[in-house]
Design a protein around this ligand. Structure first.
Ligand code: PLP
Length: 394
C-alpha cells in the first residue's frame, strides 16, 4: 500500500477521458458503440500547419527553446490578440505552454495558496475544480441552469465572493454548455469585480473561434479594459485548428503573473515541444479560412442535433452560441427511465442504446448530459435514432 499525498487523493481522474475509455473498451469487446463523449474536433490538422512542423524538423528546430516559448510564436500570439481582440500585449506578458490545460495549471500554481477560494460557474469544464484542489485551494461552485442559458448573473457572482476569493473562472463560449456571455453580461460581471479588487479572473477563451455569430466574441478584457491588470487570458490552438495532440496553449496577462507562471514552468516541464511551437505559429499567422470550414460543419451539426434532441420525449436542449457541444436537460428522461441520476442514465444509454455521453454531474450539473458533435452528421443521426428508440422503449 502506498501512502499517496493528500493532494492527489483529493482529486478524480478526468471523467470525460474515462467515458471515452469505457466506450473504447466496449468497442474492443465487439460492441457497436457510438461515441459522443469526445472533446476534440474530428478534422485533421490543416496541411499548411503540418508542413510548418516538417520544415521545423528539417531545419533542426529540435532542441530546447526558451522556457516561455519561441519568439516567432509569442509574436504570433501578440498579433492574434491585436487582430482578433484589439488587445495589446508585449512579449513579457505571454507564456507558451504544453496545451491550454498546462497554462491553467501554471496559473493556479503561481497564484493560489491553501485555503484560497476559486469561484467556478457550473456547468464547468471538468478539470477546473480538480486542478484547484490539486494546488490546495477550494472550489466554490455557482450553478446556472438551462433557464439562464447556463450563465451566472452578477448577483450570483456577488454572493459567491468572500474575502478569501482569489480567482474567478470564466469560460465563454463554454464547454460543456455551448453558450457564450454577451458583452453586456460581461460588463455586469465587471461591475461586481470592481468592488472586489482581490479577485483575479481566468478568462478561458479556448473556444473563441467556434462561434456561430460572426464578430460576437467578447471577453472580460475587451469590455472592461480598466480590469486588465487582474485578467489572465488562457487559450490555445487545440480546438480552433484541430491540434489537440500537438499540445500548445498560451496565456496573456500582467507581467508579474506571467513571470511567476514561467518560473513554475521552468521547474516542471521547461519549454513546450519545439516542433509544435513552429506549427502553432504557422496556424496563428496563416490563412484563417481553415477555421471557417470546420465552423460551418459544426454549425450544421449543431442545428440538426438541437432540433432532433428536442423531438425526443424526455430530452430538452437550447440552441448554443458555439463550440461543438450541446448540454441537454435529461431530467424527464431520468424519471421516465426510473434511473437514480444522470450518471445511471448515461450508463444505461451506453449499455442499452450503445451511445456514449458524458453525464452532467461531471460538469457540476446533475440532471443534464453533454453530447459532443465533433462527429459526422451520419453518425449523429444514428446516435439520435438510438436515444429516441431508448426513450420510446421505456
Ligand atoms: N479549456 C477548456 C474549456 C477546454 O475544453 C479544454 C479542452 O478540452 C482546455 C481548456 C484544454 O485544452 P488543451 O487540450 O489545449 O489542454
Amino acid at each position: 500500500d502506498y501512502q499517496l499525498s493528500q493532494r492527489v487523493n483529493a482529486i478524480q481522474p478526468s471523467p470525460t477521458l474515462a467515458v471515452t475509455q469505457k466506450a473504447a473498451e466496449l468497442r474492443a469487446a465487439g460492441h457497436d458503440i457510438i461515441g459522443l463523449g469526445v472533446g476534440e474536433p474530428d478534422f485533421d490538422t490543416p496541411e499548411f500547419i503540418k508542413t510548418a512542423a516538417k520544415q521545423a524538423i528539417d531545419a533542426g528546430k529540435t532542441k530546447y527553446t526558451a522556457v516561455d516559448g519561441i519568439n516567432e510564436l509569442k509574436q504570433a500570439v501578440i498579433n492574434k490578440f491585436q487582430r482578433d481582440n484589439g488587445l495589446t500585449f508585449d512579449a513579457k506578458q505571454i507564456i507558451i505552454s504544453a496545451g491550454g490545460k498546462h497554462s491553467i495549471f501554471n496559473l493556479l500554481t503561481a497564484w493560489l495558496d491553501a485555503g484560497d477560494e476559486v469561484v467556478i460557474p457550473a456547468p464547468y469544464w471538468v478539470s477546473y475544480p480538480d486542478m484547484v484542489k490539486l494546488v490546495g485551494a477550494k472550489p466554490v461552485i455557482v450553478s446556472a441552469g438551462i433557464e439562464q442559458r447556463f450563465k451566472i448573473s452578477a448577483e450570483q457572482l456577488e454572493q459567491a465572493i468572500t474575502p478569501r476569493t482569489k480567482l474567478l473562472f470564466l469560460n465563454s463560449p463554454s464547454n460543456p454548455s455551448g453558450t457564450a456571455y454577451t458583452a453586456d453580461e460581461l460588463k455586469a460581471l465587471a461591475e461586481v469585480l470592481r468592488r472586489h479588487p482581490q479577485v483575479l479572473v481566468a478568462s478561458d477563451d479556448m473556444y473563441e473561434h467556434i462561434l456561430w455569430q460572426p464578430n460576437s466574441f467578447a471577453n472580460l478584457a475587451m469590455v472592461a479594459p480598466d480590469l486588465l491588470e487582474r485578467i489572465v487570458i488562457l487559450s490555445g490552438v487545440s480546438k480552433a485548428y484541430a491540434m489537440t495532440g500537438w499540445r500548445i496553449g498560451y496565456a496573456a496577462g500582467p507581467t508579474a503573473l506571467i513571470k511567476a507562471m514561467v518560473k513554475v514552468q521552468s521547474q516542471s516541464t521547461s519549454n513546450p515541444c519545439s516542433i509544435s511551437q513552429y506549427a502553432a505559429a504557422a496556424a496563428l499567422e496563416g490563412d484563417q479560412s481553415c477555421i471557417d470550414e470546420m465552423l460551418q460543419a459544426f454549425k450544421q451539426r449543431h442545428d440538426y442535433l438541437v432540433e432532433a434532441l428536442n423531438a425526443i420525449d424526455g430530452v430538452a436542449c437550447i440552441a448554443g452560441d458555439g463550440t461543438f457541444y450541446t448540454f441537454a436537460d435529461i431530467r424527464s428522461l431520468i424519471k421516465k427511465a426510473d434511473a437514480s441520476d444522470d450518471i445511471a442514465l448515461c450508463e444505461r444509454l451506453l449499455t442499452d442504446a450503445k451511445v456514449a455521453l458524458v453525464p452532467g454531474s461531471a460538469f457540476g450539473a446533475p440532471g443534464y448530459c453533454r453530447l459532443s458533435f465533433a462527429t459526422d452528421l451520419e453518425t449523429l443521426k444514428q446516435a439520435v435514432a438510438r436515444i429516441k428508440a431508448f426513450s420510446e422503449s421505456l
